[in-house]
Design a protein around this ligand. Structure first.
Ligand SMILES: [Zn+2]
Length: 214
């Protein structure tokens, strides 16, 4: 399964719920990147080289990092892809690589959230400097007390890519590169659209109902 949605749609949370409910492996491209970088694997070193020079990591390296994980899974084991494929080329390479092992994508779940709501959510995202716990703050009505971590009392700060200008850019990149992937899967009749505007529980229910599980 591929789990699809813009930054701020709540993909990570939904992926964990689906993983537990359907007994699937959660393959997050972001997590895999961090693991490969931290462990200095050959793929991690390759990716680091591009990043050090301020370049984007090319599709080939990203694809290798994700496929390396997916193809290491037991052939009976289902998986959820989170954060991949990000463009049409990656989707095509993924399909070929899976087909060679008689595997494939059964369903693509698209969690849909409108742009205004995404900006509102992402602009309110803060993290604790000490324990990294995520917090959500209403930017219009916050007090100094709200800027302290609820878990350890540490100072909250906003990551570079959660600042308003960066948020706008991330959404634009998503729309330009990633929406064509949705069309790709829509043509193959694999797409399940679910509104991401509801509560976490309701969105999860809608996904499971759409998959025919409940
Ligand atoms: Zn903290």
């Amino acid at each position: 399964m591929v789990l699809f949605g813009p930054p701020g749609a709540g993909k990570g949370t939904q992926a964990q719920l689906l993983r537990d409910r359907l007994n699937l492996a959660h393959v997050s491209s972001g997590d895999l990147f961090r693991q490969n970088l931290n462990n200095n694997t050959p793929l991690g070193l390759k990716a680091a080289e591009y990043m050090k020079q301020g370049h984007l990591v090319p599709d080939e390296v990203t694809i290798d990092i994700v496929l390396d994980k997916v193809l290491s899974l037991n052939s009976e084991e289902g998986f959820i892809l989170d954060g991949f494929p990000r463009n049409r080329y990656q989707a095509e390479v993924l399909e070929k690589a899976l087909a060679q092992r008689s595997r494939g994508i059964d369903k693509v779940v698209h969690i849909d959230v409108c742009q205004e709501e995404l900006i509102r959510r992402l602009a309110g995202r803060f993290n604790c400097r000490d324990c990294q716990a995520p917090h959500s703050i209403d930017k219009v009505a916050f007090s100094q007390e709200d800027l302290k971590c609820g878990q350890c009392g540490g100072e909250l700060y906003q990551r570079e890519d959660d600042r308003p200008e960066a948020v706008q850019r991330r959404i634009e990149v998503y729309q330009r590169e990633t929406l064509p992937v949705l069309d790709y899967y829509r043509e193959k009749d694999l797409l399940l659209d679910v509104s991401g505007l509801d509560t976490v529980e309701k969105v999860n229910k809608d996904v499971l109902a759409g998959l025919g599980v409940i």
